[in-house]
Every structure is written in structure tokens, then in C-alpha cells.
Design a protein around this ligand. Sequence first.
Ligand SMILES: [Zn+2]
Ligand SMILES: [Zn+2]
Length: 400
Amino acid sequence: MPDRTATHPSEPFADVKARVAAAVEAASTEIIDLSHRIHANPEPAFEERQASTWVAEALRARDFEVQHPAGSLDTAIRAVYRGRRVDDGPRIGILAEYDALPGLGHGCGHNTMAASGFGAAIALAAVADALPGEIVFLGTPAEERGSGKQIMINDGLFAGLDAALLYHPCDRSHVEARALASEDAEVVFTGLQAHAASDPWKGRNALDALILLFSSVGLWRQQLRPSARVHGIIREGGTAANIIPDRTAAWFMIRSEDEAEYRQMRERFRQLCDAAALATETTVELRFSGLARTMRNNPVLVERFRANMAVYGISDEGDDPYAGSTDMANVSWVCPTIHPDLAIAPEGTPGHSILFRDAAATPQADETTLLAATLVAQTAVDLFLEPELVEAAWRAFREA
Ligand SMILES: [Zn+2]
Ligand SMILES: [Zn+2]
């Protein structure tokens, strides 16, 4: 790890950036304590009550104007801190995620994001006398399922933002992120119960339908492009071996790097569900939700984040060809956005795993959390103090 506290920040505005770094250092105990508390108390998508309350309280204690809940989500936060000359300054969004994975805990390390987002916001507030404009902290629930950021966009909580910045933990460090278009597909087959031995011919088997769907998906994969993904789990598979199941349920996700291809896959998946129902004389309900889009990395913000990162001795390892999905991509269609990833674990540590979960509360993760807070805040300083940079970011956004 680089020596975060001894490094001289990148020009321009190195003096303000040094104050930001000092503010993160001064609050480091509070930032890391927040990360560890959220790590020890994992809450899945839309249920992040404790995490969002801790974050909201900490921001209130730092004189942010806090809305919590914000918009239609109980666990969303919008908190504002105004610098000098509000009217002509930009509005820079600092985002934080805090949802965990069901049955796994913080296997995506979002506890470090919540803490670093908080750290970046309060570090900017500490230098607000030097900043025109408005610091907007957005606590964004439900990244792992449901695309909470899209709900917040629909609720108007991103209105007027000139940029959206966050950091995500990873096993490598890279500034640009790929993200596949993705959606959740909830499938329910309904059949008819019967005794599985004495009169099975009277039943209609909803589990047969679900097994057929999994088989169809498995065969379908051969005809899909390498970047496409379709994967699922069985939520309900019946209740007893001696009852013909009348209800089964599955949760699938469908993904592609190309939005047009994604829409075709969605229709094809619907046909596979209908075919499985037809073959088993069951009925099917299919519900899509939580669309995540493809990511538009803003090149102007990418370059500035990379420069801020370089002086701390962290080089950009280049984006990962094997992408997941994120609702931050939806934000990237609304305003200039970046989604830099910084390593908290040895390279090769799989995401969404016990290994990654355990890595998210180690000294390395803590140090990365503080560095991420520093780098996100320093990139925000660039935007606050250089109006041409905001203009250039918007120009690149429109040209993309
Ligand atoms: Zn994540
Ligand atoms: Zn994740």
C-alpha cells in the first residue's frame, strides 16, 4: 500500500487536495468504525435500515442537511452541504452503496463503499470554504438486486448533478468499469397438486416445468455470445417428495454487454418459460425488474481520477473483460459518471464469495477505504475548482 498520509497530492489544486487528505486522516477512526459496523451487520437490498441510519446520523453530526428516507426508498439518503457561492458552482454527487448479499453478508464489500463515500463527503465539507457549489451525498440502496439508483433517478434525487463519483472494492485497481445490461427475472410455475404415488396422473408438475426451463437455458447458452450471461437459482422447488408440486419459483438474471442483444435475450427467455409451461400443462408468470444498463465511463473524469491515483503509487491495471452489472451504469446515462475499482484483496480473490467478504474488513480494506475517500474527494475538488473540467465532462457525456 502507498503511504497515503505522506504523499503530496496531484496538481492542480494540490493545496486543497492536501487538506482533503488531512480531513480523511483526521476522521479515519470514525470512517473505519463505520465500515466495520456495517460489515458486522449485513442487510440485503432494500433492507439496509441500520446501515443507512448509521450513515445518515454520521452526516447529520457533520452538519449535512440530511433527507433519510429520501424519495420512495426507506433506506435511501440524500444529504447536502453547501460551499461558498452556491449559485454558480457545480453540484457534485458522492455515492455510497451499503447492501449485502443474502446468505453471504458483505461479499461485495459495500461496507467499504458506505464508509469511503461518507469519508469523501465529510472531507469535502471540511474544505467547503474553498469550494463553490454543492456537495451532494447519495446513499443508494439495493445495488445487488433491484437497481435502487434507477428508483432514485425516477424520484428526482439525481436532478441537477454535474457528476457522480464513487469507488467500488475489487481484487485489482482500475478506473474504468465495464457493466453488462442486466435484469432480474422472477419465474413462478403453477400446476396442480396430487398424491405422487397413488394418483400422480391427476397432477400437473410445476417442478417439471422449472427443470425444463433450466435445461432449455443450459442448451440456449451454446448459441449466446461469449459476453452474454444467464443464470438462476431455485427459490421454491416443492414441499414434499410425495406431493406433485403445484408451485415452483426461480430467480434468474439475464445479461449482455449490448443493450439491443439484451432485449432479444429477454424475449427469448420469455419463450423458454412459455415452452416449459406448455410442455407440462402448467401456467407461468414471469416478472422482470431492476434493469441495470451498460456503463458509459466519462473519459474526462476517468483521466482526472487516474492522475489523482497515480501520485499515490497506484497504476490503472485496465478494466476487467469479465464484467458484472451495476445500477451505477444507469446513472452514467444521466450525468458524467465514473466507477473506479480499488483493490482490497489479493488478485484472484473471487467476488461475491466468503473470501471477498472476509477481505472487506482487513487492514488492507481499511487502508483502501481511506484512500478511496481521499481520491474521490480530490477528484471532486478538481470539478469544483475547474469549471472547464465540468464543461468538458458534459461535452464528453453528450458526444458518447
Ligand atoms: Zn458491488
Ligand atoms: Zn456485487
